[in-house]
Ligand binder design. Sequence first.
Ligand code: MLT
Length: 267
Amino acid sequence: MIIETGNGHVGVDDVGTGLPVVLLHGFPHTRALWAQQVASLSMRARCIAPDLRGFGASVVDAPWTMEQYASDVRALLDALEIERAVLAGLSMGGYVAMACLRAFPERVIGLALLDTQAGADDDAARAKRDALITQVRARGVDAVVDAMLPGMLGKTTRSQRPDVVADVESMMREATPEGIVGALQAMRDRPDSTETIRTVQVPTMIIVGDEDVLTPPAKSQALAALLPPGTVCRLDVIVGSGHVSCMERPSAVNYALAEFVELVQSR
Ligand code: MLT
């Protein structure tokens, strides 16, 4: 469905009842990233999967910052009359979840961080974002698919799951050049979230594919090490998955999320 939140229109799936779990997709994805989690987890929780600004059926409009994406999540919670929610974010979705924690920690009751990292871009990463922005302006979506698709999926998926490769590629191809450039700017300029993670007060689960080359398992281990004692519930390394773990090994991710939701519900 499409709803108007006051921050613009948002494409969103809102399925199930109970504990609200907001599923934040990565770059350059849409809410379709979470289709298999929504199908499974909605039997025990309320799954809310929005298209982030610039993607899918959501508004394609500046400003392009992590703070704006977080403001969009807050406006969505308000529009859906949800006071507190679990936030689950994959990669860029994890950056957005961390921006939400900075902006409205009192509304976050659990955190699931998939294939993501706490640090900001270094100079080399920022230069790569700028080069990709130039290419996307010249060549459109092809530039980002060519640059990112091979690294986005694990070697097991690339060799054994052509259906998943095709699904991820078609999801990437839905993006508009304007949305892609905006997200690249937002990621390039995002602040370091190290201190944000150090002050987390809620149960947190971390998931990473063992074949993730964009945010490798070492980044997740570093993320887990930043969390205050008692907040890390688990760090699951998903065997045979690359960066898009929720599409590459959906059952493993569904299982981990279901257990995590149960734990948050029991607190
Ligand atoms: C993503 O999957 O969201 C991106 O790879 C994140 C990034 O480029 O930093």
